[in-house]
Design a protein around this ligand. Structure first.
Ligand code: 5RP
Length: 223
């Protein structure tokens, strides 16, 4: 798929997602290029009087939202009305790989505390059957990172520490190749049992709605 068509798909998904934002909502603001389209469109609605509070899933999203004039809160103790975020890969059951931008931990906290988790993707992110194309980002503590990495390596085909990158939480990201993932929930639990692992970029049975942008049109998958 050409970059231009993928970008068009991201914009179409973002436009459709906007119809789920209503006055007085508190919403999660995801991270990545698809969410960036959503933020730009959202800021236009805010200019026209839409009253929302956004909870950013990363420092970069916080910066962008503030610049666009979107009201932002970085401390919140309730349940969000909805969370809008992108994904790196989506399987036929709506399970996701996330964390391409390294924001997976904050993204998972926000998604799991939202009434609706709405995912925006262009159709190049869809995989028939099981997750298989993306490496799975795993956030790990810097403390004794090599020991955590050794354990991850026993489970994966290969693992690579993301170069020159630390997360907003001051941690490392390890991108792991697990091949085709038949049981993402099981794999997620196994990885999370390794001491030193903070979070895994497998989002299993979390999405309520996937909005897929395909060129200049879009459609929805509901779970
Ligand atoms: C960031 C993410 C992003 O949502 C994911 O990487 C998709 O990004 P993009 O919309 O740029 O393709 O999980 O941690």
């Amino acid at each position: 798929m050409s970059d231009k068509i993928a970008e068009e798909g991201k914009l179409s998904a973002a436009k459709r997602a906007l119809s789920y934002v209503k006055d007085d909502m508190t919403i999660g603001l995801g991270t990545g290029s698809t969410t960036a389209y959503f933020l730009r469109l959202l800021s236009e609605q805010v200019c026209d009087g839409l009253a929302i509070v956004g909870i950013p899933t990363s420092k970069s999203t916080e910066k962008m939202a503030r610049k666009l004039g979107i009201k932002v809160a970085t401390d919140f103790s309730g349940i969000l009305d909805a969370d809008f975020d992108g994904a790196d890969e989506v399987d036929s059951s709506g399970n996701l790989v996330k964390g391409g931008g390294g924001a997976l931990t904050r993204e998972k906290i926000i998604a799991s505390n939202s009434r609706k988790f709405i995912v925006l993707v262009d159709d190049s992110k869809l995989t028939e059957g099981h997750l298989s194309r993306s490496k799975i980002p795993v956030e790990i503590l810097p403390f004794m990172a090599q020991l955590t990495l050794n354990k991850l390596k026993t489970m994966a085909i290969s693992c690579e520490v993301r170069k020159s990158f630390t997360t907003d939480n001051g941690n490392y990201i390890v991108d792991c190749n697990f091949g085709k993932i038949d049981e993402p929930g099981h794999l997620e639990s196994q990885i999370k049992m390794i001491p030193g692992v903070v979070e895994v970029g497998l989002f299993v049975k979390m999405a309520n709605k996937i909005i897929v942008g395909s060129g200049d049109s879009s459609y929805e998958l509901n779970y």
